[in-house]
Structures are given as C-alpha cells and as structure tokens.
Ligand binder design. Structure first.
Ligand code: 13P
Ligand code: SF4
Length: 306
C-alpha cells in the first residue's frame, strides 16, 4: 500500500515538473483512472487533448486514441505508456481494404469510426465516435456512405437515416463487445429484473434492440446520473463500472457479461505511467503527411458534433 502511495506521489511530482497531464479512457484500470486529470470517452478525450495547455500528454488508452491526440496536437508530445495497447478492431481496416471499397463505391462519402488506423483516417471524409455516429452519417452529402470498421456501430448509425450504409470491412467488430450475446442479456435480466439495460453501440444488433439505453461510455455515466432508474445492466467493457460506481454511488450496476474485457485497455499501469513520465517515451510518432490528411476528417467531426 505504501509503495502504491509513493508511486502516486511520484507520478504527481513528475506531472507538475514537466507540465504533463494524464488522460485515461473509461475502460482503464481503476488505479489509472484515479490518477488521471481527465477520464472520458473517445470524443471527450479528443476534445480535451485539443484544448490542453500541457506540454506532454500521457495517453492511457489504445493506440488510435493516442494517435488522435497527437494528430490534433502536432506541437505536443503525446506518450502512450505501452505501445502494445493496439485496438484489434482498428487493425481490421487497413488502407488497401478501404481503397478497394472506395473504388467500388466512388460516389459514397467515407465515415470512419475513430477506432481506425491513422493511415485509413487519412482517406476519410469524416470521423465519428460512438457518441455521434448517427449525427455524423446524417450530415454527409451523399445518399450512400461507406462506414467502417465496426459493423455493429454501422447498424446503430443506420437508425434515423434513409442513407444506404455500406459496412467496410463486411464483418468488422470489437471482440470484447461482439462476444456479449442475447443469452447473456436474458440471463442477466432474469437475475436483475428491475435493472434497465444500457448497451454500447459496438454490441450486436440483438443486444442493441433490447437495450433501454444505447450510448457511448460517458453517455452511460451521464444517463445513470440523470434518470430515476436505480439499477442498471451494463453492456460494455467492464472497466466502466469503476467510474459508474464512483459517480453514481447510490445506484447499482451489474455487467451484462463479466468476460467483456478489453486486454489492451488494461496495459497501462502505474509502473509504466511513471516510466513514461520519467523518460517521456514511447512517443506517438506518425508521418507529417498522414497527420495532416487525418486531421481534416477529425476536425470536421469536432465541428459537426455537439
Ligand atoms: P467510447 O468512445 O464510447 O468510450 O468507446 C470507445 C471504445 O473503444 C469502445 O470499445
Ligand atoms: Fe478496441 Fe474493443 Fe478494446 Fe474498444 S473495447 S479498444 S473497440 S478492442
């Protein structure tokens, strides 16, 4: 325990000395969330990264999130404590796969989930997150929209628009969310019949269709505080439960599936955060051409979403 306290104090000292901040995604380990200046969803973290005066951003999340922060801050140092924190869904849409789909649908605008490689973002008309996907798709100019890499998010984005959404690749998904089944949901609901179901739009359509609330991770935190319901079944990565329990202590939260864990989101630890602050690496480095091209669709998203 003493060691943990010393580590937290050392991280605080290094942050002050170097004018650094720690940003953490809602799925990060509890102790990582607790030392962060800001904990949030992908959209919030991108906005904070753009607005900060800090010289160094220690980004506790997966690679595409740290890359987005670096793209929005070409003059700042963005450091990811473990370079192996690579989102498997983002890997599912390399540039050549996207280029082939664009050749097949030359008149379609391209909307990519922020959970994408920077090289693919560079080809997009606009980026979206789980907090704004339907809004962004509606704002596009073309009747057909190429949307990737998450087919489940494409299903969510399809609601409220008559545009034709073409998923690219055909079956892209997040392994941690895709494994939450309808059976998991029905079992959990049996065990907690009064609980309302909150699910992330990366869940399969059958789960989305039975959810009382569909929202981004921070959207779920907001809803849990605003509504009168007292119990919730949470259909997303289980790291979010820490923040839910902290910010809505009078409510009860149960996971839809206890195995919905994203291993890459658990790679940041107090040890590697301290090392990242001390040595100011591993730094996120992308080519200036990719950064410039990828910045445009990210900034367009920030301008379009409220
Ligand atoms: P949010 O933007 O809703 O936090 O989701 C990010 C993510 O990676 C979900 O798997
Ligand atoms: Fe990627 Fe899924 Fe992990 Fe989110 S939860 S970072 S989409 S693998």
């Amino acid at each position: 325990m003493k060691e943990r306290m010393e580590q937290v104090e050392q991280i605080g000292r290094l942050k002050r000395e170097k004018n650094a901040i720690v940003l953490a995604h809602n799925y990060e380990r509890a102790e990582v969330q607790d030392i962060a200046e800001f904990v949030g969803d992908s959209l919030e973290l991108a906005r904070i990264a753009m607005d900060t005066d800090a010289d160094i951003i220690i980004f506790c999340g997966v690679n595409f999130m740290a890359e987005t922060a670096a793209i929005l801050n070409p003059d700042k140092k963005v450091v990811i404590p473990d370079v192996c924190a690579i989102c498997p869904m983002a890997q599912q849409l390399p540039q050549d796969v996207l280029r082939a789909a664009m050749r097949e649908h030359p008149d379609a605008d391209v909307v990519l989930y922020v959970n994408t490689l920077a090289e693919s973002k560079a080809l997009a008309d606009c980026i979206c997150t789980s907090a704004n996907a339907p809004e962004i798709v509606r704002a596009m100019d073309t009747p057909t929209v190429l949307f990737g890499p998450d087919r489940n998010l494409a299903y969510y984005a399809q609601k409220g628009t008559s545009k034709m959404i073409v998923p690219v690749p055909e079956h892209g998904n997040c392994p941690s969310h895709h494994q939450i089944t309808l059976e998991d949901l029905l079992k959990a609901k049996d065990a907690h019949p009064r609980a309302k179901i909150m699910a992330h739009p990366e869940c399969i359509p059958e789960v989305q269709d039975r959810a009382d609330y569909l929202a981004s991770t921070s959207g779920m935190v907001k809803i849990s505080k605003e509504v009168e319901d007292e119990e919730f079944l949470i259909g997303t990565e289980i790291g979010l439960l820490h923040r839910l329990e902290k910010e809505a202590p009078d409510k009860r939260f149960y996971p839809l599936s206890t195995t919905a864990v994203c291993p890459q989101m658990k790679m940041c630890t107090l040890e590697n955060i301290e090392a990242a602050l001390e040595h100011e690496k591993p730094e996120v480095v992308l080519s200036p051409e990719i950064m410039d091209a990828a910045r445009k669709p990210i900034e367009r998203m920030l301008a379009l979403s409220h």
